[in-house]
Design a protein around this ligand. Structure first.
Ligand SMILES: [Cu+2]
Length: 270
């Protein structure tokens, strides 16, 4: 029902709820706009000076305006309590267990997105601030930790399997950034000092979306949604949504590369 709003194509399971809410808010605001605009024009004409040369100090005596104000407040309360808060609560409260989801760490910095997967062992290995090297190891992954040996890191490239819950854990190395993928209907700030999870289930692969939009070059894009510095406009990441098998193959290839390069130093080649 929200095609008329011209929203970006939808590619996550929870997005329809958000779109419908945005649609209802627009309809309600249109009614308020027409109602208030109409009342304003009525008042301008009805209370014009030529018809009311002397001010009337009694004011309004009917209760109609109070009833309409109560009506507006009730509809707003229903939108907020009945729809907006439950949708928000599902995002922040009902995060699926990591065993049923793919966990990805996403760390913003001026001006890039650092992506990290735990690899086949499902454990994010140790990181050490002393190991951070902006060129070769932007996250300071300690490859001497056994759990870190299979950690896969990329810069500005987020690979995701379709139809699986994704938990993106957001962090920032410097200033506030914001993870925004319009097609997934997610937007969450990454704040220095905080670790903030956000989850969603992407349900349209990049290939399907290319066919659907008729644009063979379509890419899901992470646009940093907080003005984070002079290079803010360059802070673009790309999301590739693949079938489960394709994603597994990508992960296997990354593991093979890591083995070949012997862990440490592998990050240079991302
Ligand atoms: Cu940014």
């Amino acid at each position: 029902m929200t095609e008329w709003l011209g929203m970006p194509a939808l590619a996550a399971t929870h997005g329809l709820q958000i779109d419908n809410l945005i649609g209802w808010i627009h309809i309600f605001m249109l009614i308020l706009f027409v109602g208030w605009g109409g009342f304003f024009l009525y008042a301008v004409v009805r209370f014009r000076q030529s018809r009311n040369p002397v001010a009337d100090y009694r004011g309004v005596t009917s209760n109609r305006s109070i009833y309409s104000e109560i009506g507006v407040a009730v509809v707003e309360a229903i939108l907020l309590v009945g729809f907006a808060i439950p949708i928000w609560a599902a995002r922040v409260e009902s995060i699926p267990p990591e065993s049923e989801a793919l966990a990805v760490q996403l760390t913003g910095e001026q001006f890039a997105w650092n992506v990290r997967y735990a690899g086949p062992d499902g454990i994010f290995g140790r990181t050490d601030i002393k190991l951070i090297d902006l060129q070769s190891n932007p996250l300071g992954v300690d490859r001497s930790d056994p759990a870190a040996k299979d950690d896969v890191t990329t810069v500005n490239q987020l690979y995701l399997p379709v139809n699986k819950p994704i938990i993106v854990t957001l962090r920032s190395k410097d200033v506030i950034h914001s993870f925004n993928v319009p097609e997934f209907r997610v937007k969450q700030d990454a704040i220095p000092g905080l670790t903030i999870p956000i989850w969603f289930i992407p349900n349209v692969t990049t290939t399907e979306m290319r066919a659907r939009t008729g644009n063979p070059e379509f890419q899901y894009e992470i646009a940093c949604a907080q003005l984070c510095g002079l290079g803010h406009d360059r802070m673009r990441g790309f999301v590739t949504v693949q079938s489960g098998e394709e994603f597994q193959k990508w992960m296997d290839d990354e593991q093979a590369k890591l083995k070949e390069l012997g862990g440490a130093g592998a990050d240079i080649f991302r």
